[in-house]
Design a protein around this ligand. Structure first.
Ligand code: NAD
Length: 373
């Protein structure tokens, strides 16, 4: 690992008694900087995976001690003040870094927003610039994890393994009532968004022997080389038996699947979304499933997931009527934003986040940060 040079020791701003004892516990030089980061929306997997890697990082550093604290609370206007006195915050997909939140963070001394994910659609980048905050992220951890999970959702929606498993466990070994699926081989499969994850997905789809139709604002040569055909959005809607949404959530992609699109879709189409919930107008999706235009959906994300995902609501009332309908519909298979959740991806998320923090603590700023947004 790269040693931090003495020239960088001014990066950590506060130096209190706790910092002194941390330095002592790592037998650091008196000049060592303690760099403090508050990790929001912490569930047990976050802590279990960050703590050993932070410890290992600190064992290898002479002039910096990284002190990572954790809170289970999400970042929002009510919790932003927790970060007063920290140098950075570490955020996840459902933390809100709006302009008012970023102002509080900046006033409290925070200098860097470290996303421990690829997406940054909940960070107001203009406000971050205004308040002098750097934003870094983990641009790629495992595109395989997300692409493979998207396929798992497709296979469950198509072959009804979620229903079949429940029935078999209840000793109902019949094939009656709703287990019939279709071959993916030979079907028209549409992939909207052929970036890092979309490209891996395309290669898996080709492995099924499906016809691969793709849509993106940029065409990727590797997708064409593997036999993918770039077509218009409308063609995807009209001829595809399966549609995967693999683009980021942007103003241009919000509610890609909406009420106006429903009449264009091939009857019985299966829609899979592992990207961001906002790509789908959920009420329109439910209408499409009720009318039979949409045959089923596999969703790892939901547009209003922020209030629920990553928390245990099993003993409480889910009071979002749209989410209730999603949960109650057997043609919809749902997971709670876990597409990324593999051993390989987590290791990469943690190591890249620590590298991002290290760079910032060395005094690197703005676009010079390797993973700046
Ligand atoms: P990427 O940036 O590599 O690829 C995104 C692709 O979308 C690019 O090819 C881009 O040109 C295309 N695109 C942009 N605007 C578009 C538009 N208007 N219409 C069509 N295509 C458009 O991103 P990625 O690494 O492949 O990730 C895709 C998304 O997956 C991320 O934005 C993130 O939201 C989501 N994601 C989800 C999870 C999860 O656990 N569920 C994990 C990681 C990423």
């Amino acid at each position: 690992q790269t040693k931090i040079t003495r020239a960088t020791k001014t990066a950590g701003k506060r130096d209190d008694g706790a910092s002194e004892s941390l330095r002592q516990s790592y037998r650091r030089s008196d000049d060592a900087v303690v760099f403090k980061v508050l990790c929001y929306d912490t569930t047990s997997w976050v802590r279990e995976n960050f703590e050993p890697q932070v410890e290992a990082f600190n064992q290898n550093q002479e002039f910096i001690v990284l002190k990572m604290d954790y809170t289970a609370d999400r970042l929002d206007v009510n919790t932003a003040s927790y970060a007063v006195g920290y140098d950075g915050v570490c955020l996840f997909v459902n933390d809100t870094a709006s302009a008012d939140v970023l102002q509080i963070l900046s006033m409290g001394g925070v200098g860097v927003i470290c996303m421990r994910c690829a997406g940054f659609d909940r960070v107001d980048l203009n406000a971050a610039k205004t308040f002098g905050l750097d934003v870094v992220r983990v641009p790629a951890y495992s595109p395989y994890a997300v692409a493979e999970h998207a396929i798992a959702l497709l296979m469950s929606v198509n072959r009804k393994t979620h229903s079949a498993n429940t029935r078999v466990k209840m000793a109902n070994f019949t094939l009656d009532s709703g287990l019939l699926g279709m071959d993916i081989h030979g079907k028209n499969v549409g992939v909207m968004g052929t970036g890092k994850i979309g490209q891996i997905l395309c290669s898996i789809v080709k492995g099924f022997g499906a016809n691969l139709l793709v849509y993106d604002v940029f065409e990727a040569d590797c997708v064409k080389e593997m036999g993918g055909k770039y077509v218009s959005k409308e063609e995807i809607y009209q001829i595809c038996d399966v549609i995967f949404l693999m683009m980021p959530l942007l103003p241009a992609t919000k509610h890609t699947i909406n009420a106006d699109v429903l009449p264009l879709l091939k009857k019985g189409v299966i829609i899979i979304n592992t990207s961001r919930g906002g790509l789908i107008d959920t009420t329109a999706l439910l209408d499409g499933i009720k009318s039979g235009i949409i045959g089923g959906a596999g969703l790892d994300v939901y547009e209003n997931e922020g209030d629920y995902f990553f928390q245990d609501w099993s003993a409480k009332n889910v009071d979002d009527p749209v989410l209730q309908q999603l949960l109650g519909n057997n043609k919809i298979v749902m997971t709670a934003h876990q597409a990324f959740f593999t051993r390989e991806a987590i290791d990469k998320i943690v190591s890249t986040t620590i590298e991002n923090i290290q760079e910032y603590s060395e005094g690197i700023r703005g676009k010079d940060l390797s993973n700046s947004v």
